[in-house]
Design a binder for this molecule. Sequence first.
Ligand code: CDP
Length: 201
Amino acid sequence: MACTIAIDGPAAAGKGTISKAVAAHFGFAHLDTGLLYRAVGRRVLDGVPPVEAARALRAEDLAADDLRTQEVAQAASEVAVIPEVRAALVDFQRAFARRSGGAVLDGRDIGTIICPEAEVKLFVTASAEVRAQRRFAELTEKGTETDYATVLADVRDRDARDMGRADAPLKPAADAVQIDTSELSIDEAVAEAIAVVNSAK
Ligand code: CDP
């Protein structure tokens, strides 16, 4: 039986780490849907119109090595407000969610729009300050020159755009279990997510 786990939440709340660990634990496939929007944002920065970029997206575009920059993240959240861009990415995500053997999808609208029938829904949050601190550490680790204030402003800016858009705004599904990772270690957050999945089975 296919089992879909939907993991949503704001920027740098820990969705990616939790999703990968949950997928590995249960032997499920994992799709980071943010990468789809980042890949479209990347093409837009190269001058391609957003809707055209979304419709022409290819699997290999998701492997580009510069999708994790702040510039691409901002571009991603700007294209993500365009309904035609979101519509162009729906089929791919739903097909992935239904694959046999189980799937974990993480993003902003997985539990609400992409997979409202998901067996398990998690909404992973943390305070904006904690999230900015984590993203700052990640970027610094990769050698990106930035400062905490810039990263915090970027996180707040994307939160506002992601929550305020008319089409598929970021919000927890009514039946999502919320996990606040502000004061949890990675291991504690992963253990909590696995416990939620086990209790839903
Ligand atoms: O890794 P981080 O949480 O910073 O961002 P991401 O998950 O890679 O998503 C980048 C941007 O894509 C978000 O700020 C959203 O605007 C958009 N996005 C979306 O609208 N819907 C999704 N399912 C996933 C991402």
